[in-house]
Write a protein that binds this ligand. Sequence first.
Ligand SMILES: [Zn+2]
Length: 191
Amino acid sequence: MIGLRARAQTTGCCDHCTKIIVMAVLPLVLYPDPRLKQSCSQVSSFDKHLVRLLESMAETMYASNGIGLAAPQIGVQERITVVDVSPEGTALIELINPVITASHGTTPSEEGCLSIPGFRETIERATHVSVSYQDRTGNQQTLHAEGLMAICLQHEIDHINGTLFVDHLSRLKRELFKKWFAKQQNAPSRM
Ligand SMILES: [Zn+2]
């Protein structure tokens, strides 16, 4: 999900430096890539490869000025997402195998997606959600969220189920989206 944060790049010179070296900003999978429509697999190995993936996902999210990123957006079909809705980019949460266990209320939500750059539209989301998930060590966690955090979690958990925010559009708005997308395809390349 796209945010409005302008984040200063942080650097370090400590025992984490090795990690910084292996972290990478990964290319984003863009609509209409079919990988964005697939439901992802459950994560069962909580190992160093997962840690490396989580760190690369966070780096990619921050570099893209995002407030959330799901694994299929970097071509990994696993149930993993990272979110950080804080203005400063200092409240990263890593969610593995997240499931929305409760939700209530409805609110209009204007959203954009890193996989559909340039398009924003308003859909309806729950105002409050409870999410159960595992952290990077495999421990079970629960999160109760509202506001932007609740919306971001719904957007990202949709991704690992193969659902994009444009799938929630009304028929009329979806037609407008298709027209907008066709126009982008025909426009000269924006490098
Ligand atoms: Zn998205």
